[in-house]
Write a protein that binds this ligand. Structure first.
Ligand code: DGY
Length: 331
């Protein structure tokens, strides 16, 4: 009998063709919206493997609906905060993810947001489109540049390091990072306490995973410690920021500007206060959204499922860390 595989969304074209060519008994949500929870719970029953997205909560409820034959969960993401890893592992289910392949795309977009926020791109675009573009003015829409400045990276994993490397090319002189522990790195970044990083950085970029240790760590107190000229960028997970506190920080001009690719919730409702700030640039969680990267991510999911179904070790398995260390995992 063909193995039964549930995939919660259509994959990018090449990976989708490959998935369909496997001869699985394939259950797939074919709309361009998230698979509703009730559909997911109803359709997961009896499947051997699941390909899921970061928007699908993988927890005891889902595992109970699935049944004991489920042995592989492959998420099309590097982040796996939507998966209750301990609950999944307790049932002997293997978890695959998609590390490395999205590092460049995510770092590129992080730099794009940092530049956009630093150079007031949202205000500039709005001014040009709304007829506010008058004669050239020496003091209009002045942003900040990178030459000689300090970058603070919260979570210096693969993506954090790639961001630092790129921003150093723009003239960043000193790079600080905060994380669970000091780690050798290729960007001459100096380990710092969170307080030091917040106080000394001109650009604060979040590249950490959402864990018990990082949840809401960017709160009002943290924003208060930043320079009034600081640019804040988050392309990791919305939950790392206490969002109401970010609103308050912008209202009180505690920071100069911010760029967000992730929010709470996602999608962020169009009437959310954050959209109203001219110095808050928001993108709809598209950091890894290049054709090349998304094809690779989906391909890795298919690889993980094939390995899982054949009883082999997953080629891209979530590391087997004790949960105490997982608290501080970086992408
Ligand atoms: C991830 O993979 O975790 C990103 O947030 C989306 O690509």
């Amino acid at each position: 009998m063909a193995p039964k595989v549930l995939c919660t969304r259509i994959l990018p074209p090449a990976a989708q063709r490959r998935l369909e060519a496997q001869g699985f008994d394939l259950v797939q949500w074919k709309k361009d919206t998230a698979m509703p929870r009730e559909e997911l719970l109803a359709n997961v029953a009896g499947v051997d493997a699941v390909i899921c997205l970061l928007s699908d909560q993988i927890n005891d409820e889902l595992l109970d609906h699935a049944g004991p034959q489920l042995k592989t969960i492959a998420t099309m993401s590097v982040g796996y905060d939507h998966i209750d890893v301990d609950a999944v592992r307790a049932r002997g289910i293997h978890i695959g993810y998609t590390p490395d392949v999205l590092t460049d795309a995510t770092a590129d977009l992080t730099v794009l947001l940092t530049l956009a926020a630093a150079r007031r791109m949202k205000e500039g675009i709005r001014a040009a489109e709304n007829g506010e573009w008058g004669e050239w003015r020496p003091t209009w829409l002045l942003g900040s540049q990178f030459t000689g400045k300090t970058l603070g990276v919260i979570g210096l994993g693969r993506i954090g390091e790639a961001v630092a490397k790129r921003l150093q090319a723009f003239g960043i002189q000193r790079t600080l990072y905060w994380g669970r522990k000091e780690r050798p790195n290729a960007v001459n970044a100096e380990f710092a306490s969170l307080d030091e990083l917040l106080a000394q950085s001109d650009y604060v970029v979040v590249c950490a995973a959402l864990t018990r240790a990082t949840k809401h760590m960017l709160n009002y107190d943290a924003f208060k410690k930043m320079k009034r000229t600081a640019v804040f960028v988050n392309t990791a997970r919305g939950g790392i920021v206490q969002q109401d506190d970010l609103v308050r920080a912008l209202e009180e001009n505690l920071i100069a500007s911010c760029g967000l690719d992730v929010t709470t919730p996602e999608p962020l409702p169009t009437d959310h206060r954050l959209y109203q700030f001219p110095n808050c640039t928001i993108l709809p969680h598209i950091a890894s959204a290049t054709i090349e990267t998304r094809e690779k991510m989906a391909d890795m999911c298919v690889d993980n499922v094939l390995a899982g179904l054949s009883g082999a070790a997953l080629p891209f398995a979530v590391p087997d860390q004790p949960s105490v260390l997982r608290k501080f995992f970086v992408y």
